[in-house]
Design a protein around this ligand. Structure first.
Ligand SMILES: [Zn+2]
Length: 443
């Protein structure tokens, strides 16, 4: 009888997250994400979609769950922490073979349904909504608790498994934001209680374990963005802002800024529209009261024609933050959509480039095209949704885990969290395990 953990995916790269946890003879699966750069690169070279599951595994786009083949009959549930694609977008390809329910917050489930709808896929699994800061009995031996946390989309949760061996806490992804722009503050009280109760193992993101900082609040990103929008001369010029489609707090800031500037905010792009619709259907935001959202080409064309004529009267919020082909900014510059960027128009990148070679190349190419038209570019008007080294230190002090497994990172990121843990009197190999994709550890 024991606890066994298999680090299926996301432990050798940033993306395609998936962890399997075996408590005696029962298994729980946490997250099923994609590694987007693998898909983007593959599409750039081969140029088609709808790949079969095995092909997606072969190109490294989704977790290789063959490593838990022998655990398959023991799986009791699939738990999803938040709605980002590197945590949920492999569900359509992998979840069906486990005939168990999917548990996630209502927002994550809405996004999952939208992905399935877009890809014309169906799943046999039952969808069970779990509100943040609630728990339920999965089996007589395992109670699951979703703990509300701040990150960079809505209803993000840490997941605690209460087992006869103690709590296993899954903390991917999070930051400690004490002044969130949308949603609640982290549930520190509950995390402290878990620390007192006894955390057996903490599986925790290590993306910025090497960055000696406390990640700033989303309130700081709001200040940065408003400093550009209010503080730089833009009278009579077009203002475009791009960010991640899932970043509802940032979208909220753009909408508020538009009101202040008396510029009408228009939102263009299918992916951004998808996240906003999911949040509105659940009553979490009411953006469309204040803005026009266009997801179809004819609607976008009409709006862009208006913006062209009245460029000082709008803020256009759209996709293209990673320079991705097919995004709105790309389509405008390729003349698939009607708008002519001109001298001293503004394009604000309220994001960072996700550091994969394909994204860096795409962004550089997009910026070069904007510069040719003498557009003013503002980059990195952004703060991260991920914990820095000093947040991670506070978190470990708060939860006092017996064992730590760094997740959501490559070798150097895992080593950075390992070194932090050693500063805090843990020992790599004894109670800190730097695991790679497909490995198992037993307690
Ligand atoms: Zn995330």
């Amino acid at each position: 009888m024991s606890v066994e953990i298999c680090t299926v995916g996301g432990f050798s790269e940033v993306g395609r997250n998936m962890t399997a946890i075996k408590i005696d003879d029962e298994v729980v699966l946490l997250d099923m994400g994609i590694f987007l750069p693998a898909i983007v690169s593959f599409e750039a070279e081969e140029g088609h979609r709808n790949l079969p599951t095995q092909k997606l595994i072969d190109i490294g786009a989704i977790p290789d769950d063959h490593v838990i083949e022998s655990w398959k009959p023991l799986v009791k549930g699939i738990l999803l922490g938040h709605a980002h694609l590197d945590h949920i977008a492999a569900v359509p390809y992998l979840a069906g073979k486990y005939k168990v329910p999917l548990y996630a917050t209502p927002f994550s489930l809405e996004i999952l349904k939208a992905i399935l709808h877009d890809d014309e896929m169906k799943l046999p699994n039952r969808f069970v909504p779990v509100q943040p800061n609630t728990s339920f009995t999965l089996t007589p031996n395992i109670t699951v608790e979703f703990i509300g946390i701040t990150h960079s989309t809505l209803q993000c949760s840490m997941i605690a498994l209460h087992t006869p061996y103690g709590v296993i806490l899954y903390a991917c992804d999070f930051k400690f934001d004490n002044t969130p722009v949308l949603g609640d503050k982290p549930n520190y009280k509950r995390l402290q209680e878990l620390g007192e109760k006894g955390v057996h193992t903490l599986i925790v993101e290590c993306l910025y374990a090497h960055k000696e900082m406390k990640t700033p609040s989303e309130k700081v990103a709001k200040e940065m963005l408003q400093d550009v929008l209010y503080g730089v001369e833009n009278k009579g010029k077009a203002v475009f802002v791009t960010t991640f489609g899932s970043h509802l707090p940032r979208i909220k800031t753009v909408i508020e800024s538009g009101k202040k500037l008396k510029r009408k905010v228009v939102i263009l792009g299918r992916s951004m529209g998808k996240y906003i619709k999911a949040a509105e259907d659940l009553g979490l935001v009411h953006f469309s009261r204040d803005v026009e959202i266009a997801t179809y080409k004819s609607h976008m064309k009409k709006i862009l024609n208006d913006v062209e004529k009245n460029r000082g009267k709008y803020i256009v919020l759209c996709t293209g933050s990673q320079g991705e082909p097919g995004s709105i900014l790309d389509k405008i510059l390729s003349e698939e959509l009607p708008f002519n960027f001109g001298e001293e128009d503004h394009v604000v990148f309220s994001c960072k480039t996700i550091p994969a070679a394909i994204n860096i190349a795409n962004r550089e190419a997009l910026e070069a095209r904007l510069k040719k038209r003498k557009v003013r570019i503002f980059t990195e008007i952004h703060v991260s949704g991920h914990a820095g080294r000093e947040d991670l230190r506070d978190f470990i002090n708060m939860t006092k885990p017996k064992h730590i497994i760094p997740a959501h990172g490559d070798a150097s990121m895992k080593e950075a969290l390992g070194s932090l843990a050693e500063e805090m009197n843990y020992k790599i190999g004894t109670n800190v395990f730097l695991m790679s994709d497909g490995q198992k550890v037993a307690f």
